[in-house]
Design a protein around this ligand. Sequence first.
Ligand code: SAH
Ligand code: SF4
Length: 350
Amino acid sequence: MTNPLIYDFNFPEFAARVKSWGEPSYRGKQIWEGIYKNLWLAPDEFSNLPKALREKMGELLTFEVLKPTDFRESKDGETVKTLFELNDGKKIETVLMKYDTVGRTPRRTACISTQVGCGMGCTFCATGQMGFKRQLSSGEIVAQVIYHARKLQDQGEKLTNVVVMGMGEPFHNYDATMTAIDRLNSLDGFAFGARRFTVSTVGLIPLIKRFAEEKRQVNLAISLHAAEDELRSSMLPINEKYPISELMEVCRYYVEQTHRRITFEWALIDGINDTPEQAHILARRVKGLLCHVNAIPLNPTRGFKGRSTGNDRARIFKETLEQAGVSCTIRMHRGIDIQAGCGQLAVKDN
Ligand code: SAH
Ligand code: SF4
């Protein structure tokens, strides 16, 4: 049997485990802080512990969760994609994005995965095109964040944001995803503010309802992409099960419960969902709802023929929405030259 992953424990479980080795009770807290405050990645980094205990940690726990096997950096150096091998040989990807604005704290955003592949089958998404392989555990999700935080720390920088928008549908792995966020948020450890996380879902209504009722401070993004059922179902098969009117209803419920703004994601596809008519339909759907539209010109993927919207059409789409009272930003392409853009994450040999 393999040893449990260090990142899969919550604090009480971990403290009990360390105590069960015959250690004094303060040791659990000491190790926990080494992991989540100092970002130590292996037993030999715990210079504050006796050698015998470090050896025990190495014998009884698994520290190596993610093996980085490939890095790709975009030409502008602002986006880095990392390919990791998990302990069963399956592979996932994460992306680190750097945004530097004069006079502002540099933004360092990690885009993390929640599943190997994805079972939602969205036609324009490379992860969808590869199908569902398996769920990640909470520890495997936590480890992606700690990996990037540590890497940045070694460069004298700090992780500022986490977007759960990598491979997989986070609400199809709800418990592990929320457990990971709660653990990283916890003040006795990594203490990463809830509002620095954004979770993006394709629109699994019962879980959006649950998320609303839990009144989390985590930002919510919903992949909408179309405001009419026929069109949306042709791109996002899940729309057959959870149609737009019901999705909008649960979005209103979410805002009522949390008073927080929802972000709608919209991949602009030339001639399909980027017309002023589509913008008007969208504006009618979201009328009066506290929301923002994040439109992003489609990123190319092998399995989808649609083309990206040009700048002029994107601008008109944005202006049409704004004139109808809906705020909208057009996100720039990022990391496209290394297939690290939204919906481009896929690993062939899983
Ligand atoms: N499964 C979640 C989160 C991961 S996808 C979700 O679907 O929301 C992250 C975002 O990238 C989603 O909004 C998704 O719709 C979008 N996306 C997928 N493929 C894309 C592509 N080819 N171009 C642009 N955005 C894409
Ligand atoms: Fe899955 Fe999101 Fe891609 Fe759809 S867009 S297939 S839900 S990862």
